[in-house]
Design a protein around this ligand. Structure first.
Ligand SMILES: Cc1cc2nc3c(=O)[nH]c(=O)nc-3n(C[C@H](O)[C@H](O)[C@H](O)COP(=O)(O)OP(=O)(O)OC[C@H]3O[C@@H](n4cnc5c(N)ncnc54)[C@H](O)[C@@H]3O)c2cc1C
Length: 275
């Protein structure tokens, strides 16, 4: 099919009996019809979010690209890339400064609050407030590591859309850096599940109940002094790297300006985080 034929075909298989889609499933059916929805979205979405696609908001579907060309990238950005030597090396270089002291494997404790003039909090928003308004929902991931000779799957990421396969995708990291040569390979199977307090939180769920609790925490965050909430956990949003880095740079610029002008660093909740 050429692009126009493909568009016409999708239109012909899309459900035309749904006027106002009320959830993810209805939006998908209206958009691409039952067969494509079940092949690509239904199983994957159930595994990723641990709930029926009919209980997720229609807006999630808008994040997923559907194209009529041979561009198989997930993102549509004009420029896409990875730091040449990886993020670890990049962050190591940022941190190797005489004014920066690092304590690893140290969980931040509320008792430490008074030891600092100002804190930038990148942990969970509800954790900062000791969960007093309830728990915000997160999904966590289990990564199971495998090794093999040569090339395992020929691409960086392969998604598994069907429900019978328990993992959501396999990432084979050497394909992210095609400029390096490796005879062996490492790949990870990714399993999504509900996040408990012991797990690392990855994705904010943002169902209706979460939004209600979130509003209450945002109110508290606005009144909090001596702390700035930044990043995906502290603002409870799904954020990509480029957005995270942009916001961190903007935030640091604003803070440095306040310091140079002799202003007290105001305790503000990063505005962008509220949307
Ligand atoms: C599986 C997966 C794949 C992704 N793929 C992409 C991709 O392809 N492209 C892309 O652009 N983005 C991707 N992202 C998103 C990207 O990882 C995030 O945007 C980015 O890491 C957010 O940075 P952050 O600093 O806000 O949060 P984080 O990187 O989570 O940093 C928060 C830090 O706070 C620390 N912390 C939390 N609580 C405490 C505490 N109580 N005490 C002390 N320390 C604490 C944590 O240990 C962590 O180091 C992906 C995310 C996931 C989970």
């Amino acid at each position: 099919m050429n692009p126009q034929e493909a568009k016409d075909w999708i239109k012909s298989i899309a459900s035309d009996d749904i006027q106002e889609p009320k959830n993810f499933e209805e939006q998908a059916l209206k958009f691409i019809g039952k067969d494509l929805y079940e092949s690509f979205f239904k199983g994957y979405t159930k595994k990723q979010w641990g709930c029926e696609p009919s209980s997720l908001p229609a807006s999630i579907l808008k994040r997923l690209p559907i194209r009529f060309n041979y561009d198989d990238n997930y993102f549509s950005h004009k420029y896409q890339g990875m730091p040449r030597d990886g993020y670890t090396y990049l962050v190591q270089n940022i941190l190797s400064h005489e004014n920066i002291a690092i304590k690893l494997t140290t969980k931040f404790d509320a008792l430490l609050k008074n030891e600092f003039d100002h804190i930038i909090w990148t942990g969970k928003l509800d954790e900062w407030f000791d969960y007093k308004k309830g728990h915000l929902g997160y999904r966590t991931l289990d990564f199971i590591k495998f090794e093999a000779e040569g090339d395992f799957q020929g691409t960086a990421v392969m998604n598994y859309g069907n429900e019978e396969v328990p993992f959501t995708r396999i990432s084979e990291h050497k394909h992210f850096t095609p400029w390096e040569e490796h005879h062996r390979t490492i790949y990870f199977k990714e399993y999504s599940r509900a996040c408990t307090e012991k797990d690392i939180p990855y994705y904010p769920i943002r169902l209706v109940d979460d939004k209600k609790i979130l509003d209450e925490y945002i109110k508290l965050a606005r009144d909090e002094r001596g702390v700035t909430f930044a990043g995906r956990l502290a603002t409870y949003r799904y954020m990509d790297m480029d957005v995270t880095i942009r916001e961190a740079l903007d935030l640091s610029k604003k803070m440095l300006k306040d310091i140079v002008q002799g202003k007290l660093i105001e305790s503000f909740y990063h505005q962008e985080g509220i949307s």
